[in-house]
Write a protein that binds this ligand. Sequence first.
Ligand code: XUL
Length: 520
Amino acid sequence: MNWFMGLDSSTQSLSAVVINPAKAVVVDERSINFGVDLPQYHSPQGFLEHQDPLTRHADPRLWVAALDLLFERMKGDGLDLSRIRGISGSGQQHGTVYLNAKFLAGQEWRGDAGLAAMLEPMLSRPTAPIWMDSSTSAECREITQAAGGAEQVRTRTGSHATERFSGPQIRKFYKENLDAYSQTAVVHLVSSFMCSLLAGKSAPIDVGDGAGMNLLSLASRGWDPTMLDATAPGLHSRLPAVGPSYTVVGPLWDYFSERYGFRRGLSVVAWSGDNPCSLIGVGGWRPGVAVVSLGTSDTYFASMEKPTVDPDGYGHVFGNPAGGFMSLICFKNGALAREQVRNQCQMTWAEFDRACLAAPAGNHGNMMLPYFIPEITPLVLNAQPVYKGSDAFVNGQDQGAVVRAVVEAQALTLRLHSGWIEKRPSVLRVTGGGSASTGICQVLADVFNARVERLDVGKSAALGAAMRAAHAAGNLSWEELTAKFSCPAPGMDVVPQPRDVATYETVAADFAAFMKQHVG
Ligand code: XUL
């Protein structure tokens, strides 16, 4: 029977999910953790240290070294990779990889010493700015002005000019390092870059992820000439083609068949962004399901037929790989903020969860703005958590209240900033590492007055990528794939508690005022 593989090159790890659609089973699920498994790249959390907290770059060699290591481990464990018929993937969004002419020429594509060594001379910029980078405010202003104003940028691209998006990042590189920009033959997204490796040639950018660049026209689903001109000279010739998410890029590069035993010529399907892939993986590609993904970033998203933009400028419109569009809001202080509080309180995750459940809704009025790192929704460039409440809470002695405060703040911020998307959902599908916590899910259920559903497969972006690979093979519809892989796990639902729902109606207004007072 045919298997399909989905990969997810995320901020902190590379994951794989292998599915067998005929039996509706996940055959294999595993991850390479960048910090733990590849310490030689000095990126414990997936990115390189930088003295400026607004600058966040990663080493692209790390991502491709992880690909070799992942397949090596699969082969070593006896997984029969020859049964795989199609591969697709998902990448952390917005990050850009800068490659010179050698990458396009082909002669240098030899993997004798592994992918990382092969890649090194092909990079025109040794590091890749990732979605956590907020250092391009000046470039955002310049692009907005050159493109005719914020409204123009929003309606053309689905987002206002946004610090972490690829266009402003490319402009910064062009301004600061013209020589290296001139040496750049192609700028890839993380998704299209990783896909290129699999295909052994430069791959297209899919519409799903391409919409997160401030360069793609939502109307034409092609590059927008006004946005390209506003960003950097000669940019069009440096971008790959844009294609639908179901594009079959080509056969797998022989390197992988020779080294790891993949079947020769199996189909490589265009990669997309991690959020568009998660939308597929959790069954949110059709209307009526809103998704909360609790990963390194916390995101809230839902499918959308027509692109509606956020009047406040924080939300985004991306492409839905199943057709149409998706809305999204993203918070940088997601898992990293929860981790910071957990470490500060010296708790295990189980203790964190129990502490969260033990504190009452509204947390006795104790509130926190959890800006441990610079935030993007709302824009906060000077990272500094803010506390309001009892002395024991503010000085950190009341640990239970501190845990509850970070969880409530994240849920209330999600509610506050998702108002533009649609009327409040009655069901939330929650995915990502944080979804394992019943405490977090209960707070979400009460704050949104919505039933929370969880799925068996935690790696929803990799699962979505595997489903996309299977869908592109042509035999199964989205409905069939969703019924096989994306049903909520029985007994895992969390239902809203009416009394706590009522409490949060008042608390939400207080929290909004607290936030306004500090961040405007
Ligand atoms: C979405 C975003 C993040 C990254 C990280 O706009 O920036 O969710 O995709 O995974």
